[in-house]
Design a protein around this ligand. Structure first.
Ligand code: MLT
Length: 312
């Protein structure tokens, strides 16, 4: 009978490698969180967790593929705050983030940083804002597509300063960082996960971090609030999902492995260095992720509608 088959499958799970989809390009912040988490989870699962990048459309292409994957525990998805903005940003989304998945748990939180190419003339946030106000669409702002964290931060930033720039969409902040360091684009707002290294090495210019406190990974960078954008706060949370219909026993094994991972001192240390923070064990649970997703969808809907930005 089906119940017996299901529980036998769960008992032997995992008996082969697991694929973790990342809905952005390799070399970016979501990819970094995924690779470090996958490595830590592999240890306790006794099987490899392999990362596969499925970039495009601000994370919605990879998420849609994950929602349609066979719900057997061998395909999972790591995605961020964009899971909660997509239902408002996209008029036609072919999956409902609140029901298409079996949540596994929250993974990390990281602030964002407002940054520019290394030779950009502005040196403070006030100068940056003055430059944008003077030059407007003459300044290029890179983001990872509608639904990306860099899109959300850019939208809020442009709305806060009441001036638009020319948006240049990419498949992820990995390629954006390459072009930013090479001065192909002017600026972006990206997760600390992806900018901490380049900020420390002075390969890019930093203006502000979107956390309420400064970060010890780059203590000289002021908070947006300190630098002149009051209450400009944004924390990018990542969550791990299985397709809906994945057997509960299998989801429970993935949650346990995630809980071991977020408590792994080696993982914590590597993420700490890039101002990225694994959640506490009680947040690495299906319930905490479902609650966060639901509350963030409700939180962002009116703000996105007010900013008036939607995908086609
Ligand atoms: C990425 O990994 O490229 C990002 O998370 C993109 C973003 O959302 O800004």
């Amino acid at each position: 009978c089906l119940a017996t088959v299901t529980s036998v499958a769960a008992q032997n799970y995992p008996s082969k490698p697991i694929t973790m989809y990342v809905p952005f390009a390799a070399g970016g912040p979501t990819d970094s969180v995924a690779r470090l988490t996958a490595e830590a989870m592999s240890k306790s699962l006794g099987q490899q967790v392999l990362v596969e990048n499925l970039p495009g459309a601000g994370g919605t292409i990879g998420s849609s593929r994950a929602a349609q994957a066979t719900p057997d525990g061998y395909t999972i998805l790591l995605h961020h705050i964009g899971m909660s903005t997509a239902p408002t940003l996209y008029r036609k989304l072919d999956f409902d983030p609140t029901t298409a998945f079996a949540p596994i748990g929250l993974v990390t939180e990281a602030p964002m940083t407002i940054v520019a190419r290394p030779d950009f003339k502005a040196t403070t946030l006030a100068e940056l804002i003055a430059t944008i106000k003077a030059e407007g669409e003459g300044i290029t702002y890179a983001n990872a597509g509608v639904g990306a964290a860099s899109h959300l931060c850019g939208m809020l930033f442009m709305s806060a300063i009441d001036k638009q720039m020319t948006t240049v969409p990419y498949k992820g902040n990995g390629p954006i960082m390459t072009d930013l360091m090479g001065s192909q684009i002017d600026m972006t707002c990206d997760q600390a996960t992806n900018t901490a290294g380049a900020l420390k090495a002075n390969q890019i210019k930093g203006y502000a971090v979107t956390s309420p406190e400064r970060q010890k990974a780059f203590p000289n960078l002021p908070t947006a609030d300190e630098a002149g954008l009051p209450k400009f706060e944004l924390s990018v949370w990542h969550g791990l999902y299985a397709p809906k219909g994945t057997p509960p026993d299998v989801v429970a094994k993935l949650t346990s492995a995630l809980q071991v991972a977020v408590q792994d001192p080696a993982l914590q240390q590597r993420l700490d260095a890039i101002a990225t923070f694994p959640v506490t064990k009680d947040k690495a649970t299906p319930q905490a992720l479902q609650e966060r997703l639901n509350s963030e969808i409700a939180r962002w809907r009116p703000l996105i509608k007010a900013a008036g930005q939607f995908a086609d």
